[in-house]
Write a protein that binds this ligand. Structure first.
Ligand SMILES: [Zn+2]
Length: 325
């Protein structure tokens, strides 16, 4: 009898424990899928959502079924770890140049994934949120939605950026160029013939700079009428229109700049490409210099806002912006 009672008691405790585990699982499972839903939102794209959903559903089911360790069960956990590594280690080439990692492109990548770089630190490279946002972009772009920023994904991103650049590279008629005041330039001694800019590009540049100056979070020095102060270096023009002759001279002076450097058919011939000061050494493609530039508030502001004014980036050179309207 005594033995029987103990048996019942043990059985009762075991049943209660099972119910408790089941309840706990349902609750964590639900909150997990709910938080997933909200983190999906910022980068949600119409086309991508339906294609990504199966992955999310599979993962949620797995989380619900797994009673042992809810916190580490995630489709994008390993992708996040992989991204943290690849951001500095991925081996790839740009033109003829051997490159290592994609960390220099983080602001542009986040922009592509619709991640608000100003406010969303939870979307940093090594997070599941980043991997999840990336997987949606991959799905939309016809890539396998792994959430891992591998070589194929990086090349697809570069193709997207390159495809958005200035297509029409016609030489301007003399009347299409104006000579901008020296106060707009990084080098206050720059000669007249090197300060020519295509008219519409210049007007758009001035509108963009006004908006940047008005954004007090950038801390740009302002002059009396709200324009960029003469002593402010940020956003000043380093280089604008270049004649073919001048470009040839530059190429002769640095013969090793290669295809990623001084192009034979430069967009600067159009007068619609501007090199703007975004920090560091103005136009040095070295990784350490570009690492400084892509972290400046001004560069990140351009990544977020330049498109509104008609300017698009050249991913490889943080300072180079093209007016595409
Ligand atoms: Zn340039």
């Amino acid at each position: 009898m005594k033995y029987f009672r103990v048996h019942i008691a043990v059985g009762f405790i075991a049943a209660a424990a099972l119910v408790a585990v089941a309840l706990l699982d349902v609750r964590t499972g639900r909150s997990q899928s709910k938080s997933k839903e909200s983190t999906n939102k910022p980068a949600a794209e119409k086309g991508a959502e339906s294609r990504v959903k199966p992955t999310v559903l599979v993962r949620d089911r797995r989380v619900e079924a797994d009673t042992k360790d809810v916190s580490t069960s995630s489709t994008f956990g390993s992708a996040a770890t992989r991204n943290a590594l690849l951001s500095s280690e991925l081996s790839w080439t740009f033109g003829n140049k051997q490159e290592r990692g994609w960390y220099l492109y983080t602001p542009l990548i986040k922009r592509l994934l619709n991640i608000d770089t100003k406010h969303d630190t939870k979307y940093n490279i090594g997070t599941e949120q980043f991997a999840s946002a990336l997987s949606r972009w991959q799905a939309k772009s016809g890539l396998k939605p792994t959430g891992v920023l591998d070589e194929d994904t990086l090349y697809a991103m570069i193709a997207t950026w390159q495809g958005a650049r200035l297509k029409d590279r016609v030489y301007p008629q003399p009347g299409q160029l104006l000579t901008a005041p020296v106060s707009d330039f990084y080098d206050p001694t720059r000669a007249d013939e090197l300060r020519q800019v295509e008219r519409e590009t210049y007007a758009a540049y001035k509108r963009m700079v006004s908006a940047a100056v008005a954004d007090r979070s950038l801390g740009l020095a302002r002059a009396a009428h709200g324009e960029l102060a003469p002593g402010e270096k940020y956003l000043k023009i380093v280089s604008a229109f270049r004649s073919r002759e001048y470009q040839e001279k530059l190429r002769r002076e640095s013969p090793n700049s290669g295809s990623a450097g001084l192009a034979v058919n430069s967009p600067h011939f159009t007068g619609r490409a501007l090199d703007l000061y975004v920090g560091g050494d103005p136009v040095d493609t070295g990784d350490s210099n570009r690492a400084i530039q892509v972290q400046t508030r001004v560069y990140q502001w351009l990544v977020r806002n330049a498109e509104r004014f008609g300017f698009r980036p050249y991913c490889y050179e943080p300072w180079h912006w093209e007016y595409v309207r």
